[in-house]
Write a protein that binds this ligand. Structure first.
Ligand SMILES: NC(=O)c1ccc[n+]([C@@H]2O[C@H](COP(=O)([O-])OP(=O)(O)OC[C@H]3O[C@@H](n4cnc5c(N)ncnc54)[C@H](OP(=O)(O)O)[C@@H]3O)[C@@H](O)[C@H]2O)c1
Length: 266
C-alpha cells in the first residue's frame, strides 16, 4: 500500500487515477478547489487546493503530509486550458496559465522533493501533455506552459542522477474528459475567426473519439509499481501517442508546421 498525493482528483484523468489507486488498496489524498467534487471513496482523503494560490498549495500539501506522515508518490495532474489567438492573449491570461501549469506544479514538486529526499525514496509524476511537443493552434499559452513543465522535469531528472528518487513526465495525447468544456476562450478577432472555428472543430472531434482516462490510470499504476520507471511516457491512441511523435521527431521545422496546419485544416 502506497501513500499518494494527487491534484485534480475531482474529474477526468485525476479522478480515474484516484479511483484505480484506491481500488488497488493504495491510500490517496486527492485535491479539488471544491471538496464536494471529490467523490467519497474508501482510503481517499479530499483536500482543497487551488493552483492559482501558492498559500493554498503549501497548506494543502502540508496538511495532507501531516495526516499521511509520508508520501511515496506525488501526481501533479490538475490543469486547465485557454483557447484564443496568441496575438491577442492578455498577459494576465498567459500568467494565469503559467501559474496553474508550471509554477504551481513546481511548488508542489519542491515541497515533495524536500520530503522525499529526507526519506530517501519517492516518485513524482508530472502530467504535462503531448501539446508540449506537438502544439495545438490557438493554445499558445497552454502549449508553452506544458513545454516548460516538461523541460523543468527533464532538468530535475538530470540533477537527480544517482538518487533513489524518480520523476516521470507523463504526456497524455487526446483523452476523453471534460477538459474542453472548461477551456476558457478569447474569441474577439475577425482575422483568425475562421481558423479558430476550424481548429476547435478538430479539437472537439479528437476529444470525442479519444480513449478513456482509465487508460492513463492503468499506465500510472504500472509506473507506481515499476522499480525503474521510464523518464517520459506518452499515453493515447496509437497514432497520436506513437506514430505522430516518431515521425515528427525526424522532420525539419518547416515540414512540422506544414503537417500541423494540414492536420488542423488551417
Ligand atoms: N484530456 C486531455 O486530452 C489531456 C491531454 C493532455 C494533457 N492533459 C492534462 O491532464 C490533466 C488533467 O486534465 P483532464 O483532461 O482530466 O481535465 P479535467 O477533467 O478538466 O480535470 C481537471 C482537474 O484539474 C483541476 N483543476 C483545474 N483548475 C485548477 C486550479 N486552478 N487549481 C486546482 N485544481 C484545478 C480540476 O479540479 P476542480 O475543478 O474540481 O478544482 C480537475 O480535477 C491536465 O493537466 C491537462 O492539461 C489532458
Amino acid at each position: 500500500m502506497k501513500r499518494i498525493f494527487i491534484t485534480g482528483a475531482s474529474s477526468g484523468i485525476g479522478l480515474a487515477i484516484a479511483k484505480l489507486l484506491v481500488a488497488e488498496g493504495h491510500e490517496v489524498w486527492g485535491t479539488s478547489r471544491n471538496l464536494e467534487r471529490v467523490p467519497k471513496m474508501p482510503r481517499c482523503h479530499p483536500m482543497r487546493l487551488d493552483l492559482t494560490d501558492p498559500l493554498s498549495i503549501e497548506q494543502a500539501f502540508n496538511a495532507a503530509l501531516a495526516e499521511a506522515r509520508y508520501f511515496d508518490v506525488l501526481i501533479n495532474n490538475a490543469g486547465a486550458g485557454h483557447f484564443g489567438a496568441a496575438e491577442f492573449l492578455p498577459v494576465k491570461t498567459i500568467a494565469s496559465q503559467f501559474q496553474i501549469l508550471v509554477f504551481g506544479q513546481i511548488q508542489l514538486m519542491q515541497l515533495a522533493l524536500r520530503h522525499m529526499q529526507a526519506r530517501g525514496d519517492g516518485l513524482i509524476i508530472n502530467v504535462s501533455s503531448l501539446a508540449s511537443r506537438l502544439p495545438v493552434p490557438f493554445m499558445a499559452a497552454y502549449n508553452s506552459a506544458k513545454a516548460a513543465l516538461a523541460a523543468f522535469t527533464m532538468s530535475i531528472q538530470l540533477e537527480l542522477a544517482h538518487s533513489p528518487l524518480h520523476i516521470v513526465d507523463l504526456q497524455p495525447a487526446d483523452i476523453s474528459t471534460e477538459f474542453n468544456e472548461r477551456v476558457r476562450k478569447t474569441n474577439k478577432t475577425d482575422r483568425y475567426e475562421a481558423r479558430i472555428t476550424k481548429t476547435w472543430e478538430i479539437v472537439e472531434r479528437n476529444m470525442k473519439k479519444a480513449p478513456s482516462p482509465d487508460l492513463v490510470a492503468r499506465h500510472v499504476l504500472k509506473l507506481i509499481d515499476a522499480v525503474h520507471p521510464p523518464p517520459q511516457i506518452t499515453v493515447g491512441n496509437v497514432f497520436e501517442s506513437k506514430i505522430a511523435p516518431l515521425i515528427f521527431r525526424f522532420l525539419p521545422q518547416r515540414v512540422r508546421l506544414w503537417g500541423l496546419r494540414r492536420y488542423y485544416e488551417i
